[in-house]
Design a binder for this molecule. Structure first.
Ligand code: FAD
Length: 408
């Protein structure tokens, strides 16, 4: 008995000299016309076939040389959506990213206070079914030669290791950095909240501050400083982190550090209004909720400097604190800055409505997510936007957000 697999598109019976032989199936002559009906069947070999050899060729094996090489840069919301939705039979999919996992960012804030564990919000990228082991590169993309369709890479593990990868199609989904607006001391003293490593650092600092605050030799004012957290930026991430911290103080600190619970203080600083991109009703509701919370202060001000133990405001006020979490929007990564292609005023790569990078004359490069913007159709930098792109990749509904050349 021989099982003919579904992806077989050629079945031949050959003799030992590698010459085709005639054979019968259920006493019917085998022909190309009925081959499709054979796929997936278990074939009983007739007497006449017993001495023959069967050669089956699968469609994928047959097309190996025809498959295009698609390189995906990044393992975030945008790139992962493409990776999950792409038909891997049609492309050799290669991923290049300094991160070997997909991160479910909406739950990142919960890991800073231990509500969730880090491993619960990540998905290892090697679980994505790569055709070859070497189809994932733990490397940065450093530049693109658009003319010759080459991506320059630099290994994360050995920076002196730099190499080129040739692509037929390239998807750029490198995301963005936290915007520091060039405020002095932010890079050195503030904590960002974009990656698991950032959340881990915040968690360690919170624990460090609480433990130190109860040690002998730490006076009241130092203890209050340690337990004062300043959040800079009233966007969704800043507000969400504040909410997590509030729950942590209410549920855990009151039990674990009972004597210190009244020293805990959170100040959220926003130069404009909180949740600026949200509906007015929602914004007012969030504002009301925050103001109801004791020891949680909302401050409208601009931070002009961050020091190791304080933030300094535009009016000269010094706010002593033990932790500064900085979340004031996004800025382009060095990789994006270095690409000589049209960008918008915020430094994002401009694409057409099919996500083709404007300026790529070969029409082979696409850009998705926070690093990109559709010309004349700006979209917010959210995971939902990336996810919508993913949906329309599979089920194209409108002529927007579709990686047109990659959809079949
Ligand atoms: C704490 C937090 C909470 C959030 N909550 C929500 C929410 O509730 N709802 C929502 O819609 N959005 C939310 N967002 C926003 C959302 O996460 C982003 O809009 C989304 O991650 C953008 O996806 P992206 O693929 O563009 O970038 P990212 O997800 O940031 O991924 C970028 C990828 O590119 C890789 N990379 C970086 N440099 C290079 C390079 N040179 N070469 C190759 N790869 C590179 C990175 O390692 C990463 O894998 C949140 C963001 C944060 C930080």
């Amino acid at each position: 008995m021989i099982k003919i697999l579904d992806d077989v598109n050629k079945i031949e019976l050959i003799n030992k000299q590698d010459k085709p032989v005639c054979w019968s199936l259920y006493d019917r002559k085998y022909s190309k016309d009925n081959m499709f009906r054979l796929k997936g069947l278990i074939l009983p070999l007739s007497n006449t076939c017993k001495s023959a050899w069967i050669r089956c060729t699968s469609s994928t094996a047959g097309n190996e040389t025809k498959r295009q090489k698609l390189i995906i840069l990044g393992t975030g919301w945008g790139s992962y959506s493409v990776l999950k939705s792409i038909d891997k039979k049609l492309f050799d999919v290669v991923v290049v990213s300094p991160r070997n996992h997909f991160l479910f960012t909406p739950l990142l804030c919960s890991t800073t206070v231990g509500t969730l564990e880090f491993r619960s919000i990540i998905e290892p990228i090697r679980n994505s079914g790569f055709r070859e082991t070497e189809h994932f590169h733990l490397s940065y993309g450093t530049s693109i030669d658009f003319k010759n369709k080459l991506l320059r890479c630099e290994s994360v593990l050995k920076p002196s290791l730099q190499y080129d990868l040739k692509y037929d199609k390239l998807v750029i989904g490198v995301g963005a950095l936290s915007n520091t607006f060039g405020v002095p001391g932010v890079d050195k003293h503030a904590f960002f909240l974009k990656e698991v490593a950032d959340a881990r650092k915040i968690r360690n600092r919170i624990l460090h501050n609480f433990e130190l605050s109860v040690q002998p030799g730490i006076d009241d004012s130092e203890s209050k400083r340690l337990l004062h957290t300043v959040i800079v930026g009233g966007g969704p991430t800043g507000i969400e982190f504040g909410a997590e911290l509030y729950d942590f103080v209410k549920e855990d600190v009151s039990r674990l550090y009972r004597k210190k619970q009244h020293d805990v203080h959170v100040t959220l600083i926003e130069s404009n209004q909180i949740l600026g991109s949200f509906d007015d009703k929602l914004r007012k509701y969030a504002e009301k909720k925050i103001k109801e919370r004791s020891r949680f202060e909302l401050k409208q001000a601009s931070v002009v400097e961050v020091k190791e133990d304080r933030v300094i405001l535009g009016d000269g006020t010094h706010i002593p604190c033990g932790l500064v979490v900085w979340s004031t929007g996004v800025a382009p990564r060095q990789f994006v800055k270095g690409l000589e292609i049209p960008k918008n005023s915020r430094g994002q790569i401009l694409t057409d409505k099919f996500l083709h990078v404007i300026g790529d004359k070969n029409d082979s490069v696409f850009a998705v997510g926070d690093c990109a913007d559709i010309d004349d159709q700006p979209l917010p930098c959210t995971a939902q936007v990336c996810d919508y792109m993913y949906y329309t990749c599979i089920v194209p509904r409108e002529p927007i957000f579709v990686l047109n050349d990659l959809v079949f």
